[in-house]
Structure formats: C-alpha cells, structure tokens
Write a protein that binds this ligand. Structure first.
Ligand SMILES: [Zn+2]
Length: 458
C-alpha cells in the first residue's frame, strides 16, 4: 500500500524544497508538491526536515578484538543506529587467525541475520598472510563485498607490510575493489609504545603520545604513493590529523582517486580527554587517538573545503569495565568508542546549526557519498527509485546527549552532556516505520543483507 509523507522540507543531496513524498512498495515513487493519490497512511511532516536515512560505512558490531568483544551486537547496534536516524551500515568482517575469508564472511552473516533492524552490508578486512586472501577476492565480489580493508597499524596482528599491501592494491585494482586503509605507521607506533612502557609511562595519554599525527600523515602519503603505482583508488578510514588531510589535499589536487573519511570524535573531542582522572581517559582510547584542538578545527574546515568525502563512526564500543584490561598498561586498553547513535544529530548540530552549512552538504557527507562510494545503489538519497529509507527530523528540538537515554549497549558515551539542536523523530526503512516518537517499532531480523555493487568511483 502507498504512504505519503506530507508537507515536509525534503532534503536531497541536490536541494531542499517543500514537497510530499509518495512511498510505494518500500520505494520512493515520487517527490512532488501536493501529491493527492489515495494512500493508506499519511505522515504529517509539517515544519519537519525530511532527509535520507544515514549511511554509516564504518562499524564494528559483535567484533572480537584485543581479547574481548565489542559491546553492541547486530541487534542493539542497529537499534541504536535507527534511533539516531541511520538506516544502513557497512560493517567490517575481520577474519580470526584460523579463518579464511569465506568462513569469516559466513560468521558475520550468522552474527547479523535474525538480529538487524536496518539493512547492512559488509567490507572484508584482509589480514596476514595475504597470499591466501588474494585467491578469495573473486569470492568476495560474488557475495556482494566490493571493498576490502588493509591495516598499516597493529603490528603482529592485523598489520600488513608494504609488499603485502602493494600486492593487494594491485589485485584490487584489477577487480575494481575499493581498498580502505587504516593509515598509521605501525612499526614506529610499536617502537614508541614499548619505549614508554619501559620508562614506566603506562597511563592512557601515552596511547596518544605513541601515535603522533605525523605517523598518520606518513602512512597516508605512503599509501597514496603505492596506490598510485598500482593504479588503485584508495579510501582512508577515520582520518584524525592535519598532516593526513594535507596529504589528501595534495592527492586530490593532482586528481588522484583518493577518498577521505573522518568521524565526529575527531572534530568534537580533543586530546585533553586522556587526562581525565581515575583512569577515565581510557574511555577515549581509540586508534588513531584524539588530537590537539587545532587538528579538530582543521578537519571541520576541511568539511567545507571538499577534502572530506564521508563522515562515519568507527563505532566499536567497549565498556569502562572492559577498558580496565589496560589499567597498568595503555597498550592493553581495547581500542574503540561508541558513536553509531549520535553521529547524525552531532553532525547536524555541528555542520548545519553551528557552521551554517548547506543541508544538502550534510546529506551528501553522511548519506549520499558513502552510499555511492560503497555501491549501496538503493540508499543514501531522496529521489524516485531509491529505497524509502527516510528520517523525519525536528530541526528545532534542543536536547542533551546522555548515556541513559541512548540505546548503545555500553556504559558510557564520549559525548555525555553535549547539547544538540535537531533530532530524528520518525525513521523509515524501506517504507516501514521503524522508529516513531522515540519508540522502536521494528522487529529484530527485519534488516536485510545488502549485496553491494562496485564503487561508482573505482
Ligand atoms: Zn574501524
């Protein structure tokens, strides 16, 4: 049956206009003024913004890491995403030590099916030894996984050496697979971390000191060089520093196929969080780490300069209790923070309310561009033919972010007490209301696996 969302300000990646949206069979059928077609359901969106649901292309749900498992599974994680106006995610499959890619992908399907409330796709991380994974790249494509991730950090676990990384760049280029890169110099980080620990410097702030921004800049530059030789487009995940973005700037200037992702935490939180008393600095331990304020400001400015392509979360929550593993040694603190629920409201507040940016640019960075880059053909914009994944926002609602009001399955939020303007009130996924008046209407398991197409940029 048809549904009409009436009288809202519809924001697409191109324009904002007052219009109605006709939804049929889970798809957007038309976007026009005064749609009169008979419909079983009418949603009145007067004075509301009607935007595409968010697309978060960097999540880690139910992920084993550093001897523990991230707090949100596909049920709690996608519910939290939905409350925050996000209607699709792409999660990273990370193979365990004895897994081939096929096995790892199957594990991830088991984690997600029957649980997710929104649609989801997968990327696949390639961990050493690489030669086995290369043989499985075609399998990834067949199964709808069109991007891989390479780590240049986490020595002795996930990190690839330059030859292995280059090998993957070449193989990915042949197949038009988009290569996502975690760019930090893992060798030197390992050296610095050991040095600090030997000197008895064990507190959380040494996590940041062992990963200076120059080591991110260096790894970004190296990856751009290697990708250039191999003829492969590259996508940098979670960029956190001025040094890194400056490398992106150079590469974009010379028309290289280089794409940049950042996350709200790298714009809104800074390094002084690591000095919070009673080990609370551990709550902010993630890689790359939080930086000095000048980096945050530089990244914000880069949003308007067109240097950033995507805002994602790197949602990977560990409880404060799990973080205690590193009480006497910062290098044992599980890396990661929650953010899947707060991304869209925080960025709306920052970009639109505070910086006065165009609504379409907000939509582009948080919905449209990530969908295009990662081949989520039906997602990320409001136009006829797309899935009716829609978030209806009250743009004037002022509220305070508090852990106890969020749905992420973790005991804190790094954004506690942040006051934001604007909130998604009603959220639709494929035309079905999944959130209404701050209440969950969806059943776990309704979310579908998205067999992704190849990136429209590779
Ligand atoms: Zn990540």
């Amino acid at each position: 049956m048809a549904m009409i969302i009436k009288n809202g300000f519809v924001v697409s990646s191109k324009e904002t206009k007052q219009a109605d949206i006709l939804v049929k069979n889970g798809k957007i059928a038309s976007v026009e003024e005064n749609i009169t077609e008979p419909a079983s359901e009418i949603i009145d969106a007067a004075n509301m913004l009607v935007m595409p649901g968010g697309v978060d292309v960097h999540t880690h749900l139910d992920m084993p890491f550093m001897g523990t498992v991230s707090g949100d599974d596909f049920e709690t994680g996608t519910i939290a995403a939905a409350f925050g106006g996000t209607t699709s995610i792409v999660d990273y499959v990370i193979p365990g030590k004895w897994d081939n890619l096929k096995r790892a992908v199957n594990k991830w399907h088991k984690k997600a099916s029957g649980k997710a409330v929104i649609d989801y796709g997968f990327h696949a991380a390639i961990v050493p030894p690489v030669h086995k994974a290369v043989k499985e790249l075609d399998y990834l494509l067949e199964t709808g996984i069109t991007s891989i991730k390479c780590f240049l950090a986490y020595k002795n676990t996930l990190m690839l050496d330059d030859a292995a990384f280059f090998n993957l760049l070449e193989e990915a280029a042949k197949r038009k697979i988009l290569v996502c890169v975690h760019a930090e110099n893992g060798e030197v980080i390992d050296y610095l971390a050991k040095k600090y620990l030997k000197e008895g410097k064990t507190e959380p702030v040494y996590h940041a000191y062992s990963r200076p921004p120059e080591l991110e800049g260096e790894a970004v530059a190296r990856a751009i060089t290697l990708a250039g030789i191999a003829g492969a487009p590259v996508y940098f995940v979670h960029l956190s520093s001025k040094q890194a973005i400056q490398e992106i700037k150079q590469a974009k200037k010379s028309k290289k196929k280089v794409f940049a992702e950042t996350c709200p935490q790298y714009m809104l939180l800074s390094e002084n969080k690591y000095f919070e008393k009673r080990f609370k600095g551990a709550k902010y331990v993630m890689s790359p780490p939080l930086r000095k304020l000048k980096h945050c400001d530089y990244i914000k400015k880069s949003l308007t300069d067109g240097l950033i392509d995507v805002i994602a979360t790197d949602h990977c929550p560990f409880t404060f209790r799990q973080k205690q593993k590193g009480l006497k040694n910062f290098s044992l603190i599980p890396n990661g923070i929650p953010g899947i629920e707060t991304r869209m409201p925080l960025m709306y507040n920052e970009m639109v309310v505070k910086m006065g940016m165009d609504l379409s640019r907000f939509v582009e960075l948080n919905c449209t561009k990530p969908a295009k880059l990662f081949g989520l053909k039906e997602k990320g914009d409001i136009k006829p033919g797309k899935d009716a994944d829609i978030a209806i926002w009250n743009p004037d609602l002022i509220w305070k972010i508090k852990k106890k009001k969020l749905h992420e399955n973790v005991d804190y939020t790094p954004f506690e007490e942040c006051v934001v303007t604007g909130k998604p009130i009603t959220v639709l996924s494929r035309g079905e209301i999944i959130i209404e008046n701050d209440e969950l209407k969806a059943k776990p398991g309704r979310g579908l696996y998205i067999k992704r197409e190849k990136s429209s940029f590779s």
